[in-house]
Write a protein of this length. Structure first.
Length: 133
């Protein structure tokens, strides 16, 4: 859509090039992360919106995030990378991140994380966007 409007490209074919990324998905049920690690990834996702706005990933499911062997965070499955059409404000995009993270954890585990530290950086970032955990 984005390219069609600017460059008059026909939607007849698409070519993808990719490079395998070493690491493991941010799958809490399988690997069990500490609250500090969860906070770091959650904060990364929110700050990444600032970095890439008005373009952003639209699917922050935990299986779409990889932690590399040297502890870097990478996104995979970028098929839902869009402009601001679906989430026209940063606040709406951050709400979607929160929702995707909530769905990736059992409800009790998510609430334990939320209450882990009353003023962790993730909570401060959410408050900045007017979102209450």
């Amino acid at each position: 859509d984005i390219l069609d409007n600017k460059f008059d490209i026909e939607n007849k074919q698409m070519e993808f090039k990719y490079k395998a990324i070493e690491g493991q998905t941010f799958n809490y049920a399988r690997y069990g992360y500490t609250y500090k690690q969860i906070n770091t990834v959650f904060e990364y996702c929110i700050k990444d919106i600032e970095r890439t706005w008005p373009y952003k990933l639209n699917d922050w499911g935990l299986n779409n995030i990889i932690i590399t062997p040297d502890n870097h965070i990478k996104y995979i499955d970028l098929d839902l990378f869009h402009d601001t059409t679906e989430f026209p404000t940063k606040s709406k995009a951050v709400k979607k991140i929160k929702k995707d993270f909530e769905e990736g954890f059992e409800k009790t585990d998510w609430m334990k994380f939320v209450n882990w530290r009353k003023e962790n950086t993730s909570q401060r970032l959410l408050k900045q966007y007017g979102i209450i955990l």
